[in-house]
Ligand binder design. Structure first.
Ligand SMILES: *Cc1c(COP(=O)(O)O)cnc(C)c1O
Length: 406
């Protein structure tokens, strides 16, 4: 079955409560047991069940299962945000003295998080991940993990995902892909050998900017019995579940960034239309970038769907569509004035919304890191990023046209 057929029926694959088509919102923190022995069995992991809302909730479990279906993975743990998913997962799997390789082109807060890890005794190397050789050259004795994004925000560089996967396999490294910008509809991290995939559910998967959430999914490409940081207590049963169990305990339970049932419900309903929204948003992005290419007010345009993009070929082989994010540098036009002239496009920091959003990145989401680091990432002061929504393409083009003309 196709992507959407599978996910819109995923709630009903388990027991249907009163025939409810949507998994009900279970607004409870705790769960009562008539048999105290059963509660003990749940606590010890001998039986599946619910104990306390910080670890599990039936509405959240239904969403986790849906994400596993999307990612073709075996298990998913949801968190309150995408950052909580990244931070809690890496905290669970890395120890002092370990080395992590990641990309120089990273989501701003992930970049900031990794610099905190560096102060806590985990070595971090940031390399140009569009080149597998750059990643390979940083591998050391203590390298444990490679973490990359699919399409980088805001300059749209694309990691060499397949070759990095092959490299990680050769060196037995955990391969972690942040799939937020592409979503499992455009790209399946499992197919390039990723060990774990992470999604900010706040963005395209929820899709309507009405709930925060994050998730990490086990993709069964890594043999965790050869990973030295798994605690003995989590080594029960099949080794394919060891890492996700440790993430659930050391990450979710101990850090406590649990996803609430209402947010899980919003995200689940939103995710039903993920494929439809992505098809539309990506098609819009293509039409708008075709219009903007060569426009006299546009100095540079960064979109992986354009032939002059350095990773255009990579985008074509890896992704169903080249995404719905692009960024521009302007000619003789102030980026603030340009954004203020746009009427339909909203000036806002989010991405992956149904509505088209634009933001002057150097002055907002990347302001904290400073100009030097920004320039290393290819972010000029005039750069404006757009996250294209699902409006009619003609209306968006007309808006860009009038804002650039005036
Ligand atoms: C937004 C985003 C995150 C963080 O997600 P939140 O839900 O906002 O915490 C992580 N990675 C990427 C690529 C993102 O775009």
């Amino acid at each position: 079955m196709g992507f959407t057929s599978r996910i819109v029926h995923s709630d009903r694959q388990d027991q249907i409560e009163h025939g409810s088509i949507h998994k009900p919102i279970h607004t409870t923190v705790t769960y009562a047991y008539e048999d105290a022995r059963e509660l003990a069995a749940v606590f010890q992991g001998r039986e599946f069940g619910y104990s306390y809302g910080r670890q599990t909730n039936p509405t959240v479990t239904a969403l986790q299962n849906k994400i596993s279906v999307m990612e073709n993975g075996s298990a998913t743990v949801a968190f309150s945000t995408g950052m909580a998913a990244i931070g809690s997962t890496l905290f669970s799997l890395l120890q002092r003295g370990d080395h992590l390789i990641s990309s120089s082109y990273l989501f701003g807060n992930t970049n900031s998080l990794f610099s905190s890890f560096a102060t806590h005794g985990i070595e971090v190397s940031l390399v140009d991940a569009t080149s597998v050789d750059a990643v390979a050259s940083e591998i050391r004795e203590n390298t444990k993990m490679v973490f990359v994004e699919t399409i980088a925000n805001p300059r749209t560089q694309i990691s060499d995902l397949q070759r990095i996967g092959d490299l990680c396999k050769d060196h037995q490294l955990v391969y972690f892909i942040d799939n937020t910008m592409t979503t499992p509809y455009l790209f399946q991290p499992k197919n390039v050998g990723a060990s774990l995939s992470i999604n900010s559910l706040t963005k395209y998967i929820g899709g309507h900017a009405n709930a925060l959430g994050g998730a990490v999914t086990e993709l069964n490409n890594y043999d965790w019995s050869s990973y030295s940081n798994i605690y003995d207590i989590y080594k029960g049963g099949d080794s394919s579940s060891w890492a996700i169990t440790q993430i659930k305990k050391k990450g979710l339970r101990d850090f406590g960034a649990a996803l609430g049932p209402e947010a899980a419900h919003h995200i689940s309903v939103g995710s039903d239309t993920l494929a439809l929204r992505m098809d539309r948003a990506c098609s819009n992005a293509k039409k708008i970038t075709d219009f903007l290419s060569g426009h006299r007010s546009i100095k540079r345009l960064y979109y992986p769907g354009l032939q002059n993009h350095p990773e255009n070929e990579l985008a074509q082989t890896l992704f169903r569509h080249p995404g719905a994010i692009f960024s521009v540098e302007l000619n003789n036009l102030d980026c603030f004035d340009f954004l203020n002239k746009l009427r339909l496009v909203i000036c806002s920091s989010n991405l992956g919304d149904t509505r088209t959003l634009g933001i002057p990145v150097a002055h907002t989401i990347y302001s904290e890191m400073g100009r030097k680091r920004r320039l290393e990432m290819g972010i000029q002061d005039s750069l404006v990023r757009f996250s294209i929504g699902i409006e009619e393409a003609g209306d968006l083009i007309a808006d860009f046209d009038q804002a650039l003309a005036s």
